[in-house]
Design a protein around this ligand. Structure first.
Ligand code: MN
Ligand code: MN
Length: 459
């Protein structure tokens, strides 16, 4: 007796296509086939639907404090619910140690925050900042806890996040000993600092100056620098939230030189251009790095097509409008971050697959298979195969949704996607065999998600 049988769908497993059924037992995929006759506790008719592995969003910031008392709008419950409604079954959030705090201690505190609330499975990357305490033994201890990835910053010295280059090289050397993946927030500190000071003096404080303060070269230089350091120390680097064509070329160059460098971009860079900063509500779109021009947007789509971008994550870090308004008279005071975890799959499907820019196979690579491998979760996650966790997303390829505050499930009080029409939408989400989104509506229990101990990166 199966627990769940998904019948008659067009199934892309992450590795091959077939038309037929997926049988689930004890939270895992039990069998794949045509006209499976075994009885099941529950049957979902997937006729006309597309069945894919559940998405993995490797980049979210739920209940994250920021600056002067700000906090991202979603906690680990509402955030994972929103993710699930967008077809995501695994998220990876971040541990951000306080200045002076030990990274292992910070990791345990973050788990205490997340464990009671998560509705889907999750992992944690650990940020190693210029101001926290880390050591080779701490990296080994975190490895035993299932943390196999870290994030470093080449900017944000004012917030204590930036690591100086010398320390960064030493950290990368230690990271290579535990075969860690190192995520990079790549922006050039000094270019940005000079622009922010100058714009401040000149009274250029509207949101568009946020974009102008962080030109593509600020990203590209930092991608190249971190990429070369990774090559030097034998560490795999993942450039997160890549936003520019020049930045992508820098990553390609490091790859040509033999560096193991991987690239993530985010949905907002694929649908908007920097014109959004000229809108009356331009503050809503402030995030770092900022959205670039139309040519950059096209370069990112090309990167998705040609394989030079490996994963799409959301960088979900939304702030309510009242908090964004702190930047009303000075963009530098607005908290940076936007929503996205619920939007990755709908946007890639509607804007990418339906428009013929990427294949569905490529979409599944970008949102499930590659992240599973890159973040050390494969083959438990990221693929529909016997023995894998039964994490599945069922997409109705014809369903039309107008994105916005009323149709999205984030706790955020607005949406940067308000009014955007998409065609093709996740309608059922299954996590370890449990239906957690039913016909578009969440039914997941708070705290049912589990912490994932991850292995080493293997993409
Ligand atoms: Mn970042
Ligand atoms: Mn981020």
């Amino acid at each position: 007796m199966l627990d769940l049988l998904i019948r008659g769908g067009r199934v892309f497993t992450g590795e091959f296509w077939f038309e037929g059924d997926v049988g689930v037992k004890d939270g895992r995929v039990a069998l794949l086939g045509r006209n499976i006759e075994e009885d099941a506790e529950r049957i979902i008719d997937a006729g006309g639907m597309i069945v894919i592995p559940g998405g993995i969003d490797g980049h979210v910031h739920f209940q994250m404090p920021y600056g002067d008392g700000f906090r991202t709008a979603d906690d680990f419950y509402t955030g994972t619910i929103a993710a699930a409604c967008g077809g995501i079954t695994t998220i990876i959030d971040f541990v951000t140690p306080e200045p002076g705090q030990d990274i292992v201690e910070a990791f345990h505190r973050r788990r205490e925050e997340a464990d009671p609330l998560v509705a889907i499975d999750y992992g944690l990357h650990v940020c190693v900042t210029g101001a926290c305490r880390w050591s080779p033994s701490a990296l080994r201890e975190l490895y035993r806890e299932g943390v196999t990835s870290y994030k470093v910053f080449t900017a944000y010295s004012a917030r204590g996040l930036m690591m100086d280059d010398g320390v960064l090289l030493r950290f990368l050397e230690e990271a290579s000993r535990v075969r860690a993946l190192v995520l990079g927030h790549c922006e050039n500190e000094w270019i940005i600092r000079d622009n922010l000071e100058r714009f401040g003096r000149e009274g250029r404080l509207a949101p568009i100056y946020h974009a102008l303060s962080r030109p593509p070269v600020a990203e590209a230089e930092s991608v190249q620098r971190l990429g070369l350091y990774g090559l030097e120390k034998g560490v795999r680097i993942l450039v997160v939230h890549l936003s520019s064509g020049m930045g992508l070329d820098a990553a390609r160059m490091v790859r040509l030189m033999g560096g193991e460098i991987f690239v993530e971009t985010c949905p907002h860079y694929l649908v908007f251009t920097d014109e959004v900063y000229l809108r009356e509500d331009g503050l809503k779109y402030i995030m770092s790095p900022p959205i670039k021009g139309a040519r950059d947007r096209e370069a990112l789509w090309e990167g998705l097509m040609d394989g030079s971008i490996d994963v799409v994550g959301s960088d979900h870090a939304p702030f309510n409008w009242s908090e964004k308004l702190a930047g009303r008279d000075d963009f530098r005071k607005a908290p940076g971050g936007v929503q996205g975890t619920e939007n990755i799959i709908p946007i890639l499907f509607s804007e990418g697959v339906r428009r013929g820019r990427i294949s569905l196979e490529r979409m599944v690579e970008l949102v499930a298979l590659n992240p599973a491998k890159l973040y050390g979760l494969y083959p438990r996650k990221g693929v529909i195969a016997p023995g894998s966790d039964a994490d599945l997303t069922i997409i109705d390829p014809e369903k039309e949704v107008v994105l916005g505050r009323d149709t999205l499930h984030s706790n955020l009080d607005h949406s940067i996607y308000e009014g955007m029409k998409v065609r093709g939408y996740p309608v059922y989400t299954v996590s370890r065999g449990e239906v957690i989104v039913e016909d578009g509506e969440p039914v997941a229990r708070k705290g049912r998600g589990r912490f994932l101990k991850r292995g080493v990166s293997q993409l």
